[in-house]
Ligand binder design. Structure first.
Ligand SMILES: Cc1ncc(COP(=O)(O)O)c(C=O)c1O
Ligand SMILES: N[C@@H](CCCC[NH3+])C(=O)O
Length: 461
């Protein structure tokens, strides 16, 4: 969580909004760091993405809809691949996965991280090469592991002693020797929301470094020889801006690498430092470029290796949010505008916590702009809320919108490519929105809108 988010959700700041949020000079201006690169406001005032106007997209595909700027996504993939040349970049499919995105990831030369049988099924259905897939999860089932082995996934990131035993038995049965990494809990308190920090000691992921479980896991795998131990893995959390957490993680994990070498005479050839790189959701967020991240991470790994007299292992990373997050905005239609006298103006849109749970779940901050027209109205502090039966159903806690915003207007919320569609629900039986990819003046639906019939199909009583 960014410092400016603290307390903002629960109204203690009232209608003034958080201290950092200033009334904009031009309420129609787009802050470049928040928007996919092909988005602009046309002379007529409406937004366009990939050369297609949002008025046409709303007419053709309805609202709410996630609009994906395909060129932007491809460019982000290429930026990461180029910046981390010599390392492998695994796109974290949990942030958003569908067949079209898997194909884009493949075409742009990235690897793929999946964390469930369902994500693996999408990857394989899209024809992604199994050897470039890494399989994560703290509780992979026997059938998921079996499928992964049968498909020939490149590596499995083991997360518990039970999993090592399960995988060892399966490997014997299927006559395979899968490549594995050990997920290590390095004891770093990442500066992010508690629910998306993953490397402090008290939590479900990984083998504890401090408690000795990580070393014991490595020793067991090396002793038994049934699994091909390729290296160690650390993921400290998500939406992180401060690289000092990666530095501590790299130092500690390379100390373990040295300990394994000293005790067993083996230098593990690979090292994965996970994902978690932050993106801009508001004007307050200032993310690093992939180039900066690569420089810092390589430097950290090289200096720690030098200190411990280790060869630099083959590096990999697993960004999700930083690849797909900024490439998408959600387009909503305004249904009602309610001025709660002297307290706040609520702008209700036709989606909400079912298409973006992050505000309610993590107290996340987002931004918004009027998308169907520009306005000469004065900037008005508003809260964009959804249509769900829940007072915490907030999409954007605080944003300046023009005072003449009205029913029928379109609102665009940027930065929704990661963990919005992938965490979407059917709460209140609201069907999930489509994902529409736009490029070079053409749009295509890559995930269709759910219908009420889709929901009723499951209701077999
Ligand atoms: C193991 C692992 N790798 C990668 C990621 C991707 O994180 P992000 O989308 O923040 O880059 C996650 C999610 O936090 C994760 O748990
Ligand atoms: N779902 C989280 C990130 C993933 C955390 C789990 N590794 C978010 O929306 O920020």
């Amino acid at each position: 969580m960014r410092a400016h988010e603290a307390g903002a959700l629960h109204g203690d700041l009232g209608s003034r909004g958080p201290a950092w949020l200033r009334s904009p000079e031009d309420v129609n201006a787009l802050v470049p760091q928040l928007w996919p690169r092909t988005v602009n406001r046309t002379a007529a005032g409406s937004l366009e993405i990939g050369g297609v106007n949002v008025l046409d997209l709303a007419a053709d595909y309805g609202t709410p809809a996630y609009l994906l700027d395909e060129d932007d996504l491809r460019a982000r993939c290429r930026d990461f691949a180029a910046a981390f040349a010599g390392a492998d970049v695994y796109y974290a499919g949990k942030s958003f996965i569908c067949k079209a995105v898997v194909r884009i990831i493949d075409e742009e030369g990235l690897f793929l991280d999946v964390c469930s049988g369902g994500e693996l099924a999408v990857a394989l259905a899209a024809g992604f090469p199994a050897e470039r897939i890494g399989f994560h999860g703290n509780n992979k089932s026997e059938s998921e592991l079996r499928r992964a082995l049968e498909a020939g996934v490149g590596r499995i990131i083991v997360d518990s002693f039970h999993e090592i035993d399960r995988l060892t038995a399966l490997a014997g049965e299927l006559n395979k020797r899968p490549g594995v990494l050990i997920r290590v809990t390095v004891g770093v308190e990442a500066h992010t929301h508690e629910f998306i920090a993953t490397a402090h000691e008290d939590q479900k992921f990984g083998f504890s470094l401090a408690g000795g479980a990580a070393f014991a896991a490595a020793a067991q795998i090396l002793d038994e020889g049934a699994l091909d131990l390729r290296g160690l893995h650390s993921h400290i959390g998500s939406q992180i801006f401060d690289t000092s957490g990666f530095e501590v993680a790299a130092r500690r994990i390379l100390e373990l690498q040295a300990q394994i070498r000293d005790a067993r005479g083996v230098e593990l050839p690979e090292l994965d430092l996970g994902g978690g790189f932050g993106i801009a959701y508001t004007t307050q967020d200032d993310p690093s470029t992939p180039g900066d991240l690569a420089k810092r991470i390589n430097k950290i790994v090289e200096s720690e290796c030098e200190l411990a007299s280790l060869r630099k292992p083959h590096l990999s990373i697993e960004p999700g949010r930083a690849v797909v997050g900024p490439s998408v905005f959600t387009l909503y239609e305004v249904g009602t505008v309610k001025d709660v006298d002297g307290i706040r103006t609520y702008v209700s849109v036709d989606g909400g916590m079912s298409d973006n749970i992050r505000t309610a779940l993590y107290d996340a901050s987002y931004s918004a702009t009027l998308a169907n027209r520009s306005s000469a109205g004065t900037p008005m502090l508003a809260r964009v809320v959804g249509k769900h039966c829940e007072s915490g159903d907030i999409v954007v806690k605080d944003e300046f919108l023009p005072a003449d915003v009205q029913p029928g207007d379109l609102i665009a919320v940027p930065g929704t490519g990661a963990y919005c569609r992938s965490m979407a629900s059917n709460y209140n039986h609201v069907p999930r929105p489509p994902v529409v990819a736009v490029r070079d003046g053409a749009a295509r639906v890559i995930v269709r809108r759910e219908t009420e019939d889709d929901l009723l199909v499951l209701d077999v009583g």
